[in-house]
Design a protein around this ligand. Structure first.
Ligand SMILES: [Zn+2]
Length: 120
């Protein structure tokens, strides 16, 4: 299985940082990875690698002190991870819980979900 990282929304600098990190990390079958203008396609042989890829991307954002972007699973396309500007989320119809980062495609669900945090 392959996974795509949508990098349409990020700067070229950040994109090359991510590309290099993925090359270094050498995922299984990494020779087959493709780097296009708007997406990076990584070939994964292991389902768990998806979580590792997300972790890697989050680490890159943190190390570069990029706080206005987040790594999200694409709600519409299962095999895609996207890096989005937090400001763009609502425009894309994605709502994020400010407490835990969970994503919702519906504002009402997001608000209902946030209540659980007040009881912990
Ligand atoms: Zn939450």
């Amino acid at each position: 299985m392959a996974i795509k990282i949508d990098v349409t929304h990020i700067s070229d600098d950040l994109k090359s940082v991510i590309q290099n990190a993925i090359k270094q990390k050498s995922f299984s079958g990494s020779q087959d990875n493709e780097y296009a203008d708007n997406c990076i396609k990584i070939v994964l042989f292991n389902d768990n690698d998806r979580q590792i890829v997300k972790q890697l991307l989050e680490d890159i954002l943190r190390k570069n002190q990029i706080n206005d972007y987040i790594v999200v699973d694409n709600i519409k396309e299962e095999d895609e991870i996207a890096i989005l500007r937090k400001d763009d989320l609502e425009q894309l119809g994605i709502f994020i819980c400010p407490h835990c980062g969970m994503l919702f495609s519906n504002e009402g669900e997001c608000i209902i979900h946030q209540r659980i945090h007040y009881f912990i």
